[in-house]
Write a protein that binds this ligand. Sequence first.
Ligand code: FE
Length: 343
Amino acid sequence: MFIRSNTSILALAAAATLGSAISAYADGELNLYSSRHYDTDERLYSDFTDATGIAINRIEGNADELIARMSAEGGNSPVDVFLTVDTVRITRAKELGLLQSVDSALLEQKIPAYLQDADNQWFAFSQRARILFYDKTDVANPPATYQDLAKPEYAGMVCIRSSSNVYTQNITAALTAHLGEDAVQDWASAVVGNFARDPQGGDTDQLRGIASGECDIAMSNTYYFARALRKGDKSMSAEDLANIGWVFPNQNELGAHMNISGGGVAVNAPNRENAVKFLEYLASERAQQYFSAGNDEYPAVPGVGLSASVATLGIFRPDALPLSEIADNIEPAVRILSEAGWE
Ligand code: FE
C-alpha cells in the first residue's frame, strides 16, 4: 500500500493551459507538454518540484495537437519534455525530428531495453495491457486469444472500440506484425461479424456494456478496469464488477498486447539539464509507484511494487513485440479495419 497525502499546489500554480504561451529558458524551470489526462499526475509533478526546486510549466492537450504545435514552433519552441500515451504518437514525434537522444546511465539501467527507443529519444514510464473482459454469468468459455474473437461461437457478443481509436489500430497493427496482413484481414472481418453493437464509446463504456448486458465480451486497457475496482464506477455496481471476468490473451504464444506512456526530451529543449532530471525522476521508485497507485498502470521499472487494484489483475506474459513494429504496421492496420467495415 502507498501513503497518499494532499497534492501540493505548487506545480498547479505554475501550470499553464493549452493556448497560453510559456517563456523558454528560465533557471529552475521545466516546460512540459503532456497529453496524459489523469488528475493523479499532479502528484508526480509537485513531488518533482518539491524535491528539486524546479518549477514545471505545463501545457496539456491532445497528443496530435501538441505534436503539431511543437512542429510549428520549431527552433523557438519552449518545450523541454514531451510526455504522451501511446507508442505511435511518441514514435511519430521522433520521426518528425522533435526529440533528441538522451545519454543517461540511470535511464539505461532502469528502463528495460524493449521499453526504450533504440536511439534513446524516448523512454516508456508506464505500461498498460489491452485485454479481454467477459460476463461471467453468460460466457462459460471465454476467448483465450485475440484470434478467438473471430470464432463463430461469439457471434453477436463482442463489444470493441471504433477503428478511429488508436487502441484499436495498435492491437490490429500488433497482430499484423505477428500474423501477417491476410490472416488479420480475415480476423477483422470475422470480428466485425461478431459485434454485439456498432463500435462506440471509450474503454470504460465497453466494460459498462458488459454490466448492462449489451455485451458478453469486451476489450479494454487494464487500467480502466483496475480504476473501477479501486474507485467504483457510476454505471457499474459492485455486483456488476464482480461479474466481470478477465483474460490475459495469448498466454501460450505472443503474450498480451502492450502499450505505453512515455516521454522524451525536445530537440530544442531550452532547459535540457532539467529535462533529463525530470525523465530520471519519472523512473524513480516513487514516481513509478504513482503510475501504479494513481492511474492503475503497470510500472515500467522492474521490481516496483504494484498497487492493490493492479495486483488484483494478476501477473501475465506480455507481448515482447518491439513497439516500433506496432508503429510500422499502423498503415496496413487502418486499411484492414476499413476493408473489414469496422466502423
Ligand atoms: Fe486510455
